[in-house]
Design a protein around this ligand. Structure first.
Ligand SMILES: *[C@@H]1O[C@H](CO)[C@@H](O)[C@H](O)[C@H]1NC(C)=O
Ligand SMILES: *[C@@H]1O[C@H](CO)[C@@H](O)[C@H](O)[C@H]1NC(C)=O
Ligand SMILES: *[C@@H]1O[C@H](CO)[C@@H](O)[C@H](O)[C@H]1NC(C)=O
Length: 236
């Protein structure tokens, strides 16, 4: 139980422990909640909403440096920018059952013209690029919840942004599945997830390839075609 991340690598690396339950400040029902999970009355299906850094992190960055992005004097913050090895990554979670994902769409790559996306001037934050379908199956031996995480991985190099995010969450869905049951979940990808942010804060849409990662597996590639352009939130 802790208010934030701790370096728990001594538990992770010990052969004396096979799993670890972490809870935040749980309140008066917390003890009962954790007991029902330990004794198997409840199958937990949560995901770590933060990054657990190694203890050496405090020496790697000055407490006066609040930059998110990595630099010579900062290893970066959060799953989007931390270039070191996390003790527990954002999105880590255990269950008493297992889940398998399969890609519900036919293709492994899809292309979109920047010109077509830019033409939509109503509310630029909500320009739908496409929707993805993922088939989730409970392949274990207990009913349980899974939280399916959908990430976008931009290219590592960008002329606009020298330190682009390593990956970026663009959707998540919780599903409850009985043993052997499958359900489809949908993820909408909006154009704002595809923007590159320049050092001056301006947002650009560039012709690039983005990987779509479901959980930890690359499932699809998005290709943006055309000439890169400044993305104005004011409409045009
Ligand atoms: C994926 O499938 C959904 C539902 O059938 C469809 O609306 C969407 O356009 C497809 N997306 C891609 C990238 O093929
Ligand atoms: C989902 O995956 C399961 C297990 O592979 C399969 O039996 C089922 O037909 C799939 N459902 C859809 C809608 O593709
Ligand atoms: C789940 O599927 C497996 C493999 O097909 C089968 O052996 C098992 O009996 C099924 N379990 C349930 C509860 O349907």
């Amino acid at each position: 139980m802790s208010g934030s991340g701790l370096d728990l690598s001594y538990i992770r690396d010990s052969t004396n422990f096979s799993s670890l339950i972490w809870m935040g400040y749980a309140g008066q029902a917390g003890g009962l909640a954790v007991a029902t999970a330990i004794f198997g009355q409840y199958n937990p299906g949560g995901r770590l909403p933060i990054t657990f850094y190694p203890a050496s992190y405090v020496d790697a960055v000055s407490m006066f440096d609040m930059q998110m992005r990595p630099s010579k004097t900062n290893p970066g913050r959060t799953y989007k920018f931390f270039t070191g090895q996390a003790v527990y990554e954002f999105g880590t979670g255990l269950s008493y059952t297992e889940f398998a994902y399969s890609w519900g769409n036919d293709s492994s790559i899809s292309s979109y013209k920047l010109r077509t996306l830019m033409r939509n001037t109503n509310d630029k934050r909500h320009v739908l690029v496409t929707r993805f379908r993922v088939n989730v199956t409970n392949t274990g031996s207990l009913a349980g919840d899974d939280v399916v995480l959908a990430f976008l991985e931009p290219p590592r190099t960008s002329i606009i942004d020298p330190t682009p995010p390593i990956k970026q969450l663009f959707g998540f869905q919780r599903v409850h599945l009985n043993v052997n049951e499958s359900k489809e979940v949908y993820f909408s990808l909006y154009a704002d997830s595809l923007l590159s942010i320049g050092h001056n804060g301006f947002k650009w849409l560039q012709p690039r390839l983005y990987k779509i990662i479901i959980g930890t597996k690359v499932m699809h590639t998005i290709k943006l075609q055309g000439t890169g352009a400044l993305w104005s939130e004011l409409g045009r």
